[in-house]
Design a protein around this ligand. Structure first.
Ligand SMILES: [Zn+2]
Length: 229
């Protein structure tokens, strides 16, 4: 059914799993120690898939097409929160896999030269230990065989969490928050921005704006889950 490659756990990892069982990231049920994904079959079947492909939205004027794999509900929300806030970067493997799988169902892909994760400020990354958008983008880059660029777009200002702000404040909050470090890497390129969750889309559109103004050709966005609609 799926075409993406995924390595089975090795002997050592299976031993560790006997002590620390792998649980389904959505419902918490304990999985067999040789399981590949942190997801049970029942939850896999019930994933809140969007199945609407790439689409343009007036809310994101700088994004030429948005692809979101899932709705932010039914266990996907819980899994993303566990990854981000309960220090479980390992869940990115399962989340990237199901994201890639949904993407592969597309009949037509936009032509993309470069994959760029939505950046996190370095002090926040140090605090969390990882940038979840980067973890997803790394695997998606491998699946699609498209180069990953983690250095051209950077977040230079540590902003308040967008989720804590009203819509208008969200825009002001991100003013001058991002910078392009190497304009020649992105000039005339078609770019796919990757992030975990999109709510109003202000963050991803702000990234799209600076890329566009710095000479990128087309900017597409791919997110794991869309919240709020
Ligand atoms: Zn489950």
């Amino acid at each position: 059914m799926n075409t993406l490659e995924l390595k089975k756990p090795g002997f050592a990892e299976r031993l560790i799993r006997l002590l620390y069982p792998v649980k389904c990231m959505c419902c918490g049920v304990i999985l067999r120690e040789d399981t590949v994904l942190s997801l049970c079959e029942a939850c896999y079947k019930m994933l809140p898939r969007c199945e609407c492909g790439f689409y343009e939205t007036f809310r994101l004027p700088y994004i030429d097409g948005l692809f979101s794999a899932f709705h932010y509900e039914q266990g996907i929300d819980k899994a993303i929160q566990e990854m981000k806030f309960k220090n479980q970067p390992g869940l990115a493997k399962t989340l990237a896999y199901i994201l890639g799988e949904e993407y592969m169902k597309e009949p037509v892909f936009p032509p993309v030269d470069l994959i760029i994760p939505v950046p996190m400020h370095r002090s926040k990354k140090r605090q969390r230990g990882f940038n979840q958008a980067e973890l997803l983008a790394e695997r998606i880059s491998g699946y699609l065989n498209i180069p990953l660029d983690k250095t051209s777009l950077v977040k230079v200002r540590n902003t308040k969490p967008q989720s804590s702000l009203a819509r208008m404040q969200r825009l002001n909050n991100l003013e001058n928050a991002f910078e392009i470090k190497n304009i020649w890497n992105i000039k005339d390129k078609n770019i796919l921005l990757v992030d975990d969750v999109i709510t109003t889309g202000t963050t991803i559109d702000t990234c799209g704006k600076i890329l566009y103004e710095s000479g990128a050709a087309k900017i597409y966005a791919m997110v794991l889950a869309i919240a709020g609609n």
